[in-house]
Design a protein. Structure first.
Length: 221
């Protein structure tokens, strides 16, 4: 599998992850994004021994789009802090099914910190024990009958936040069987794409913006 590099400098490696590829290894033993990225750097720069690469955020396996990786420990620390302190703008594209509250707006919900035995994150409109408040904004880019292409900007960063919050208002992501979609999509992908990231470069003061075009397997043409 070839690595699709969007940007590379001495401190960052920005890649476009396809749906189906793990970001981090698990017991499946399937290919992993971080391993591919390390192999890419090792070959390109003819590096002996281990290659450092810091993972500062994640995408679910069945989600595609922009992933930022840090090439130095200093960059990893600063960028991790930026994600933690909500100083990174994250822009997603999604296709949902159902009737949205409005053509644009904010959603607020309470989500459990961990998933249940099936990996599903509990979401409620009201606070419950162990829940954390979650916020996102959305706007409709296009509509076809009861299907909508959305731009989504998470304000908080919780596990399965976009998936759980949209399902909670009766608009599950296309293909997202865990959260109420009627049927799946090929290769187990869901209709969620991490379209862009914007943040302050970890070494320097300038704002940087990285964008991944819509993939061929995204279910909106």
């Amino acid at each position: 599998m070839n690595l699709q590099v969007l940007h590379e400098d001495n401190h960052l490696l920005i890649v476009d992850k396809p749906a189906g590829l793990l970001v981090q290894g698990d017991k499946s033993g399937d290919p992993v994004l971080t391993d591919l990225a390390k192999a890419y750097l090792k070959k390109k720069f003819n590096k002996p021994g281990n290659v450092y690469l810091g993972l500062v955020h994640r995408l679910d396996r069945n989600v595609s789009g922009v992933v930022a990786l840090a090439r130095t420990s200093k960059s990893a620390s600063r960028l991790s802090g930026a994600f933690r302190d909500k100083k990174v703008t994250k822009i997603y594209r999604a296709v949902v099914i159902g009737d949205l509250p409005s053509s644009e707006g904010n959603l607020k919900a309470w989500l459990s910190e961990k998933g249940n035995k099936n990996g599903v994150t509990r979401a409620e409109m009201n606070e419950f024990d162990g829940a954390r408040e979650c916020l996102l904004s959305y706007r409709v880019l296009e509509s076809r009958s009861r299907r909508h292409l959305l731009e989504i900007r998470p304000i908080t960063g919780r596990r399965h936040q976009i998936r759980a919050q949209l399902a909670l208002v009766g608009c599950p992501l296309l293909g997202d069987l865990k959260y109420g979609a009627a049927k799946g999509l090929p290769q187990h992908r869901i209709a969620l794409h991490a379209f862009a990231l914007e943040f302050k470069h970890p070494v320097g003061a300038e704002k940087v913006y990285f964008e991944a075009g819509m993939p061929a397997d995204f279910p909106w043409k």
